[in-house]
Design a protein around this ligand. Structure first.
Ligand SMILES: [Zn+2]
Length: 346
């Protein structure tokens, strides 16, 4: 083999996504590798940007290679901003969800979702440089997508009673557009057969894992908090520090979360389990301050290219990717096996 051919081959080998090549890895290490891969290979994956499409392609390949029936759901949406001088800017664009299905036998459905887009900035809209900024979104939300993929990988052969749908949502950062588009696309019968939505968003920077229910569904029927209570009980039995919103802020009642794709489902009357890492006891008690760690100035890494990246976050929080992936999977795997009717949790 000539040197040229060898270099070419090495180049090709390095293009193999780690998840595909590393199938022997334990689930948590595998999830952490997915987080790193998505953050590093698809930075600036904001709604409508080329990198959002490329990330969707990657997720499609990963989920279908696990044996899931996988399809991409494109939807039209828009940026709609009002600038300081009251100038309105509207920009139409297309985003997409990636949906992987494992059919059950009961006719009922459990959705496990995580958004894969990153936030955008007014500067990007103004300059028309979508994807130009290098926000890696490691915490928000390569972390949730990595854990979702690992759950899909672990559950691919589980004998589920209820259908599992893994949905990677686009355009969350424009106001939960992907989850709304998903719900809008469902026939009313499937909506009413959706038992639960589990949302994974930002699992790294925050001081602890939180499990919350939906504000509206719980207000209508406290039984909608059952998934939250079950996840917390599993965490307690495993000795994992998992919490629920203590309700220090009047707008966010105890035990309920906010501000991610589960809200679309909560509004549609579907019980939700919102999984995130933050610290609801800090700041205004609204969940927006993730940590008191001095290196995270202001207490939050959300939407910050300077912190939410592979150079900075693992330096501030050594071992955090693997640890959070492990904790999340140790709770959520038995939880989902039980909730889907595949196997009772220990
Ligand atoms: Zn997020």
């Amino acid at each position: 083999m000539t040197l040229h051919k060898m270099l070419l081959l090495l180049g090709l080998l390095s293009c193999i996504p780690p998840g595909v090549a590393a199938d022997g890895l334990p689930a948590a290490e595998w999830a952490a590798r997915e987080m790193r891969y998505i953050a590093s290979q698809f930075p600036g994956r904001l709604a409508g940007a080329e990198r959002e499409f490329a990330a969707a392609e990657y997720l499609h390949i990963q989920l279908s290679s696990m044996g899931y029936q996988t399809h991409t759901q494109a939807f039209d949406t828009e940026y709609n901003y009002v600038f300081a001088n009251n100038v309105r800017q509207r920009r139409l664009l297309q985003s997409r969800n990636v949906i992987a299905t494992k059919p059950g036998v009961s006719g009922q459905v459990i959705v496990i979702g995580a958004h894969f887009d990153t936030a955008t900035t007014l500067h990007e809209v103004h300059e028309g440089v979508f994807g130009g900024e290098q926000l890696q979104g490691l915490d928000d939300n390569a972390s949730g997508v990595g854990v979702m993929l690992a759950l899909a990988r672990e559950l691919a052969n589980a004998p589920v009673q209820h259908t599992l749908k893994f949905v990677a949502f686009g355009a969350k950062e424009l106001g939960m557009k992907g989850s709304q588009a998903y719900l809008d696309s469902l026939p009313p019968a499937e909506r009413s057969r959706t038992l639960l939505m589990v949302n994974l968003d930002s699992l790294l920077t925050g001081d602890a894992l939180y499990f919350n229910a939906g504000k509206r569904t719980v207000a209508a029927n406290p039984a909608a908090g059952a998934a939250r209570d079950r996840a917390l009980a599993l965490a307690a039995a495993l000795g994992i520090d998992a919490r629920s919103n203590p309700g220090l802020h009047p707008d966010y009642p105890a035990g309920t979360g906010c501000c991610s794709d589960q809200e679309s489902f909560d509004k549609a009357g579907i019980p939700v389990l919102a999984v995130e890492a933050t610290n609801w006891s800090l700041g205004k008690g609204d969940g927006y301050m993730q940590t008191a760690l001095p290196g995270v100035t202001g207490g939050s890494s959300w939407h910050r290219p300077d912190i939410d990246n592979l150079a900075r976050l693992p330096q501030l929080l050594p071992g955090r990717l693997e640890q959070r992936a492990r904790d999340s999977l140790r709770i959520l795997l038995p939880f989902l096996l039980e909730a889907s009717g595949a196997r009772p949790a220990p």
